[in-house]
Ligand binder design. Sequence first.
Ligand SMILES: Cc1ncc(COP(=O)(O)O)c(C=O)c1O
Length: 381
Amino acid sequence: MEPYASLSRALDAAELARPCLVIDGHRLQANLDRLKSRQLPQALRLVVKSLPSLPLLDTCMAALDTRRLMSFHAPFLEQLLERYSDVDILLGKPLPATAARGVVQRFRDRPERLDQVQWLVDSEQRLAQYLEIAQTLDTSLRIAIEINVGLRRGGLDQPRQLDSLLGQIDQASRLRFSGLMGYDAHAARAPGGPARALAAANRRYQAFVERCAGRANDLTFNGAGSPTHVLHSQDSPLNDVSLGSVLLKPTDFDLPQLAAYQPACWIATPVLKRQAGVSLPFLSAWTRLTSRLPGRERDSLFLYGGRWMATPDWPRGMQTYRLYGLSSNQQLMTIPADSDIAVDDWAFFRPTQSEAVLLQFGDLRLARDGVLCEQWPVLQN
Ligand SMILES: Cc1ncc(COP(=O)(O)O)c(C=O)c1O
């Protein structure tokens, strides 16, 4: 069922009348149920940058029965550490030493919190920096190592490179090896389909895992993301799969392998003005004429805000007008002239990604059955 009427009712009832980020609670729940029903053999880890709100993370962690998060941003990491005492947090990228030191400094009197973090190291240089932090701040750090399984975004290329890093970690009493992270997003868009590229990534990953043989048996072997989680099965080298975006399904995740998941978040914004036809400065004769071509008549809307990383979704057929350009203040959109959307109605966009976009609208609004039932603060940047 199309969600726009119900979301509009909820937004009207809340008297918001400004751009909002609204999540459909039923659809989010359906996506969580869908993911849970897959019974992945790996543990699930939620990607914080894609679900950047503590109540949203709480909802998803509870539904999926996980206490694992992946974080990419020092301010977010600190908010997670303030909030959770029982969540394992793997860094998804190697933080600059200065940022890492800041976090460690702020939590050094709570070593049990710092012990929740797996700091990501991609090189000898980064390892040396983190060792220096651990020594000078008199603390212990858990270290995960980034590996390149084909994405080519850094990390170790060869399993034998592990030996030197692991040797250094073993020698440093303040460091403890916690596992590997190898992101395989490239496989999702491989020419010829994901299956072969993912099999190759898995073989590379497996060779790194074998290099860790004989070590602790609670190591994290993390990988995957929304586009590839569905492709990891029983024989995957991973024991820990991260994902986030697919639970809200912004448009970048409209992929065949994710067809079972539903879009669950929108930018909703009031229509400020509606004009018959389209009429641009200096081009009014031409634009008036082309917007009145029989069978292709179009009208203009001006919206409250715009220029988001998002694609027009409702009313049907709503489009940006390239010649006029985009505006963060009042964006011109054109619509089929027979659309019955009116001033003060709501227009809807689907974010292209949830990362970053969800942070732009203040509190997230959770809607269910025509009511805004919850207001979820986003993480502070
Ligand atoms: C290291 C890593 N793992 C997993 C993900 C997957 O996140 P999502 O499921 O939100 O795409 C990302 C996304 O950028 C990532 O960088």
